[in-house]
Design a protein around this ligand. Sequence first.
Ligand SMILES: C[S@@+](CC[C@H](N)C(=O)[O-])C[C@H]1O[C@@H](n2cnc3c(N)ncnc32)[C@H](O)[C@@H]1O
Length: 225
Amino acid sequence: MQLIETDDGSYTLLDPDRQETYHSKFGALTESDQVYLRNSGMHQRLQAQQPTSILEIGFGTGFNFVHTANHALKSDCALQYTACEFQPVNREIALELLIHNVPHAKTLCVFTADAIHQISSSEQATLFFDHQTQLNLHRVDAHQHSLPESSFDAVYLDAFSKKNNPALWSTDFLCKLRQALKPDAKLATYCVNGEFRRALNAAGFRFRKLPGPKGKREVLVATPD
Ligand SMILES: C[S@@+](CC[C@H](N)C(=O)[O-])C[C@H]1O[C@@H](n2cnc3c(N)ncnc32)[C@H](O)[C@@H]1O
């Protein structure tokens, strides 16, 4: 696994076997902020101090979590963040990336890298950063994992591309995500391809394409029908 600098100066990881990066090469921080935190409506929700529950598919380096949790902490808002990851990355590499990308939240970065390390040797970890910020990490194949019903305000669907992760873009899996979402929740993702959009409709979502960050013309947000 290799750390690389993206166009906005933030780091991401390159998986040389799959030839995929963990975030956009055009800007990891920009992608995390726009595609996930803002498009999902969670930026506004946290700012309005509404306690928030987020599910992430593909925890990876933990960067989406740190970026979101940092905003929750600044907004003094409760956050419960649940994530599935079947191949935890190395603690040291995650820590280097996180501290580079979010230098003013060093304690949160260490907390997150330690959480990744913890699920390398156990299947589940429930950790509190403070009394308002909870991280529930599952080392599991998300497709096989059972999710609680009507529980999340947003899902960040951040799996690798369909080529490497077909099951996580399927109608079958999207039905499972839909059941896990609250009625007015949002699913945010970078993926807009036609087959995925048809799978969203078949799973009972309606979607909107939104302008993407640099390097990606469009991204997508979906809500249960
Ligand atoms: C694009 S990266 C996610 C980047 C991450 N959100 C971050 O902020 O670093 C995709 C992640 O999904 C994970 N993944 C792929 N297939 C999975 C599966 N079936 N279940 C759980 N995690 C999976 C990969 O191991 C990888 O960490």
